[in-house]
Design a binder for this molecule. Sequence first.
Ligand code: NDP
Ligand code: X2W
Length: 328
Amino acid sequence: MRLLHHHPEVQKIDLYTSSEEGTLFSMKYPHTTKLYDQPLLKIDQAQLTNYDVLFASTPAGVTSRLLPPLIGKGPKLIDLSGDFRLNNVADYELWYKKTSAPIKAIEQSAYGLTEWNMEAIRQADLIANPGCYPTAVLLSLLPIIKERLIDASGLIIDAKSGVSGAGNTPGPMTHFSETNENLTIYKIHQHQHIPEIEQGIEQFGNYKTPVTFTTHLVPMTRGIMTTSYAPLTKGVTEEVLIDCLKDYYDGRPFIRVMPESAKFSTKQVYGSNFCDMHVKVDPRTNRATIVSVIDNLVKGAAGQAIQNMNVASGLEETTGLNQVPLFI
Ligand SMILES: NC(=O)C1=CN([C@@H]2O[C@H](COP(=O)(O)OP(=O)(O)OC[C@H]3O[C@@H](n4cnc5c(N)ncnc54)[C@H](OP(=O)(O)O)[C@@H]3O)[C@@H](O)[C@H]2O)C=CC1
Ligand SMILES: CC(=O)N[C@@H](CCC(=O)OP(=O)(O)O)C(=O)O
């Protein structure tokens, strides 16, 4: 809402609910008073075709039923859930433990990792916005894997997220007294983003491998840091890795390959659509450490969704997304 509000090409925003029809949005979220004093509307398939763009921001298992009948009926559909991300239906059912979307709808969708799939995003009626962790992981690793600068079969990826990554619905893991002054490792070897990362590495990096990917909850509101470790291909130096990232992302407005600096932290992208990345080589182990940070709610969700809307609507990719990160 905040990002769309400042988007110069967005004329009108309507808000839909499955549980609070008639509630004023600003009653639910008082910070939007005088901005969005409008009632939440009941989800009605027929009404939904009246828009140019429809963002669906619901838990897994909802849009697999809601969106397929709307494909090709007018609006560009941008789904923020995992329901259309995995090409293999069996993978979805295994990792999400839910019934998959119809395969035809999945085939009609484009994976919305903007920097890597622009052409498909431009043409698709349905865009499967990537998960927050896969966005940070794939953006920082794909150029290096594609150029075979690391041995990706030895990849270990360690990820940390702020609590807003766990969503709008409170739960035991996100209770203040559980998260405050605490660090939690969760979903070990069972995270639903593992098949999405492996699929992305295969689709865009042309390399098929299982990965070790581990997630942690950090007591902060926003931000993801992913740290990937991999053996180097013979003769590859830190400079080669950095040049590779810089070459791939030359001219890409939201990717910043950071120079060597003492600090590298989630705050440097807070509230913005940037993905910052950084690489160091350890000559003692001959391994690379590749770090990336995003704001999980912006580049990891709503920001990338708007970036995809821009691409799919023929607008400049950065329209409405030029926020300077909120550092302090
Ligand atoms: N949090 C993050 O960092 C990231 C989130 N995402 C995605 O963003 C989206 C929103 O995330 P999050 O806020 O965590 O999601 P939540 O699980 O908190 O759900 C969001 C809203 O979906 C609505 N909803 C729930 N069940 C249904 C239903 N059966 N039919 C229709 N609507 C329903 C509810 O609103 P109401 O009661 O008003 O209907 C709910 O508040 C999800 O698609 C998630 O996968 C993606 C990347 C990162
Ligand atoms: C901290 C935390 O719990 N993060 C969530 C991020 C998932 C998410 O939001 O992504 P989807 O779009 O795939 O649902 C998790 O690890 O499951």
